[in-house]
Design a protein around this ligand. Structure first.
Ligand SMILES: Cc1cc2nc3c(=O)[nH]c(=O)nc-3n(C[C@H](O)[C@H](O)[C@H](O)COP(=O)(O)OP(=O)(O)OC[C@H]3O[C@@H](n4cnc5c(N)ncnc54)[C@H](O)[C@@H]3O)c2cc1C
Length: 379
């Protein structure tokens, strides 16, 4: 298959048998649900644009594993140029959808694991990287969307996982078998979870020796038995259920987050990428976070939409020649392009890790994230 079309992506989701709850009820048809569908359509854009010649250079790339043409969202960055193109792809898709298109978190999880599995093997003599690369080839071949699942519910923030009153507040290993492990817990705020074919789990923070059972990373099909999805609320979500064209927000595209519960879920060994190597949990979080901060390139695209809409409204009101209106549009552009500088800079200053994967400049990625928590609101 290698590269799905948007229609094939939608059909592939229909074949999944996920257990999804919203407003306290189990959903029978996730793909056509009017609240969820706009978020699915936003992910579908990542498939649609990959087939458009004008976007081919940003949206597709040659796999370093197979030499085949693949969607960039399943790629492991092989150069600084790849990192820069990732930032540009984020802006493009933010502009096309005006929202979160959800697929970057899985891409960031894949890239982080390509680095950290290699580092674990180097120190511990394990075989995680080989396993991971086999899994990566499978993801690339099927052009899957992956949920990157890091955030645990956490409970009492002053206590480490093993001291929590409820041991399941952080996802952990409850059993080790000859053929794999059994895990229990949950991941909170999972972007695009029910639009994903796979869920990639990682620890949420640095962990000590006493928390070894919580140092676990693995990937599973999103409809694996024992995984439950509880949809989070979005502001104005029920507006999408209303009739008419006016005042319903962005009804074509949207985002979603879900609480994902793992109730004694079995993971075969070939899908386990970290198993009790607690000294690497913090490294995995940091590498993932660096990539994910870069991924906020998407907000520049959303800024493009907002600036364009503001200019259009000013023109409709014949206010576009007023100097104070022009000043504000200029300031919006200034802030938006400053955001763009951050995601391009952390990519341009990227470096090669021992695994061969290229990673962003962490300081600049963190600065970009700081700007993203401020400028879009000022805009
Ligand atoms: C829109 C959205 C999408 C997201 N998508 C994903 C996703 O796809 N995958 C994923 O894994 N996660 C995702 N997240 C989760 C996100 O990464 C977390 O929300 C974030 O890391 C903060 O964690 P938290 O919500 O547990 O807050 P906390 O860490 O509990 O923070 C809440 C407040 O408590 C403070 N605090 C925390 N710990 C302590 C302490 N020990 N002592 C004192 N103060 C403390 C913090 O500084 C903060 O002010 C998403 C979140 C949002 C909002």
């Amino acid at each position: 298959m290698t590269m799905m079309t948007a229609a094939q992506y939608e059909e592939s989701l229909r074949k999944l048998n996920m257990v999804v709850y919203m407003f306290g009820e189990r959903l029978q048809n996730v793909v056509d649900d009017p609240i969820i569908r706009p978020s699915m359509q936003a992910v579908a854009k990542t498939y649609e644009l990959a087939h458009m010649p004008e976007h081919e250079d940003l949206m597709t790339v040659t796999s370093h594993l197979t030499g085949k043409r693949i969607n960039r969202f399943t790629h492991i960055h092989q150069s600084v140029d790849d990192l820069v193109k990732k930032s540009k792809m984020g802006r493009l898709l933010g502009r096309e959808t005006g929202c979160c298109f959800q697929r970057c978190v899985g891409m960031d999880a894949l890239n982080a694991l390509s680095i950290v599995t290699y580092n674990i093997d180097h120190q511990c003599g394990s075989q995680y990287n080989r396993r991971f690369l086999k899994y990566l080839e499978y993801v690339q071949e099927h052009d899957f969307t992956c949920d990157g699942a890091m955030t645990d519910p956490k409970g009492d923030r002053s206590l480490p996982p093993h001291k929590q009153a409820d041991p399941d507040l952080y996802l952990h290993i409850v059993e080790e078998r000859e053929d794999g492990i059994v895990v229990k817990g949950a991941k909170a705020h999972q972007t695009g979870a029910v639009n994903s074919h796979e869920v990639i789990v990682m620890p949420t923070m640095a962990l000590g020796e006493a928390d070894r059972d919580y140092a676990v990373s693995f990937a599973l099909p999103s409809d694996t038995q024992g995984i439950y999805y509880i949809m989070g609320r979005q502001s104005c979500d029920t507006r999408k259920l209303e009739d008419g064209e006016i005042d319903r927000g962005n009804i074509l595209f949207g985002g979603h987050e879900a609480l994902v519960v793992f109730e004694n879920v079995f993971v075969p060994w070939e899908r386990v990428f970290m198993c009790r190597e607690n000294e690497f949990a913090g490294q995995l979080v940091e590498v993932f976070a660096g990539y994910h901060r870069q991924s906020y390139a998407c907000k520049v695209g959303v800024g493009d939409v907002l600036i364009g809409a503001s200019q259009t409204i000013a023109e409709f009101n014949r206010a576009d020649h007023a100097s104070h209106v022009k000043d504000k549009i200029v300031e919006m552009n200034h802030l938006n392009e400053t955001l763009y500088c951050g995601c391009i800079a952390c990519a341009s200053e990227g470096h090669r890790e021992p695994s061969g994967t290229f990673s962003v400049n962490t300081l600049l990625a963190n600065i970009h994230k700081h700007n993203v928590t401020r400028f879009p609101y000022e805009i």
